[in-house]
Write a protein that binds this ligand. Structure first.
Ligand SMILES: C[S@@+](CC[C@H](N)C(=O)[O-])C[C@H]1O[C@@H](n2cnc3c(N)ncnc32)[C@H](O)[C@@H]1O
Length: 343
């Protein structure tokens, strides 16, 4: 069998961002297969046959490519960005898994590309400079409740986030719903970046506080990034630089990020929660108890609570109450009471 199949990423749009490896394989191909605008982006050469199709026929497109490769063609399936990110590589493998057993013996390779979130991140600084996740906001292939759950858990884990497919003509309301979920869960003004047509001549980058973000800021040619609670802006003349620092201390898990975190997360990874009891401390305590607490955070605060409590009242200088108070930004309004651990 002399045919082969390559699934290649064309990057976000600018030809300069197509990797040399992808250009080389396209120069050898007999057939290129993909969504119309991506096939159009491939440079012409006389022995190349183009097979363009519309959106939402990914599995048919994958099977067509597999049939041609089996028949001895040198086939490249193209995706924008990276072919493994919400794109054709998974579709081809779904077709192989459920299709003709001879497809498993084909010579198949996946060639990476620059995905939209990385091009967008580079265009405004380094908002994905620490832990992050990527979420496809389309509910074409998954139920909306799964999207909502993932949004809340991602906020709870304090990831920066990248959102693909935020909006389309057939899904006009989805991004508004996602935005409301994020606003409720984050409850702060962290930066949100709307990056449209990244790397193309009409690229637009719009950085706004989450609180000011509106549904019409995104369309299907936009990738949206949302900072973590740690993401910062560096103001300067022109557009600000956005970045997320590389380090997170145990104390940097801000209790305010925890609103909306489901009960399964609230008790922490070891099934424990810290709670503070006593007169005016209820709000701080309940917020802290809802925080998605990683084990090292729990251990630190637990040892502080025990040592403070056994020595004197928890209103001692620099005790946990003061720390909670400063996180909450109510400047010393929390006084008195006592603390205890619940298991
Ligand atoms: C089906 S996904 C394909 C993602 C692609 N495989 C990638 O790695 O970038 C399409 C979505 O990617 C994002 N996208 C792709 N190219 C983009 C670009 N140049 N500028 C902004 N967003 C882009 C948009 O969110 C769009 O709705």
């Amino acid at each position: 069998m002399s045919g082969w199949l390559v699934i290649a990423g064309l990057g976000p749009g600018d030809d300069a961002l197509i990797t040399p490896e992808v250009s080389a394989v396209l120069a050898e191909a007999t057939d290129v297969v993909g969504y119309i605008p991506y096939v159009d982006q491939v440079a012409h050469h006389p022995n190349l046959t183009r097979h363009s199709s519309d959106n939402r026929v990914e599995l048919d497109r994958a099977r067509h490519a597999l049939f041609m490769a089996t028949a001895g063609h040198r086939v490249v399936v193209v995706s924008s960005g990276d072919p493994g990110v919400f794109a054709m590589a998974a579709a081809v493998f779904e077709a192989i898994e459920t299709g003709d057993s001879s497809w498993r013996d084909l010579n198949i390779r996946v060639l990476p590309g620059v995905t939209a979130m990385l091009a967008a991140s580079a265009a405004c600084g380094a908002p994905l400079g620490h832990d992050f996740c990527a979420i496809n906001l389309s509910d074409n292939l998954k139920p909306w409740r799964v999207i909502e759950k993932r949004l809340r858990l991602a906020v709870g884990a304090d990831f920066a986030m990248a959102f693909y497919n935020p909006s389309s003509k057939s899904r006009p309301d989805g991004f508004g719903r996602a935005l409301q979920t994020l606003k409720d869960a984050c409850n702060d003004a962290r930066p949100m970046i709307f990056a449209r047509n990244v790397s193309r001549p009409d690229q637009m980058i719009n950085v706004v506080p989450l609180t000011d973000a509106t549904p019409e800021m995104a369309d299907m040619r936009t990738v949206v990034l949302l900072g973590s609670s740690q993401t910062r802006l560096i103001q300067r003349s022109g557009a600000p630089l956005v970045y997320t620092p590389r380090s997170v201390s145990a104390w940097a898990i801000h209790p305010r990020i925890s609103s909306g975190v489901p009960a399964s997360v609230r008790v922490g990874t070891q099934g424990r929660a810290i709670m503070t009891t006593g007169r005016p401390n209820t709000r701080a305590a309940s917020i802290l108890a809802r925080a998605p607490v990683p084990p090292e955070f729990l251990d630190t605060i637990k040892s502080m609570l025990w040592s403070r409590n056994s020595a004197r009242s928890a209103s001692g200088v620099n005790g946990p109450r003061e720390m909670i108070t400063s996180w909450l930004g109510n400047g010393g309004g929390v006084r008195g009471g006592s603390t205890r651990r619940i298991t």
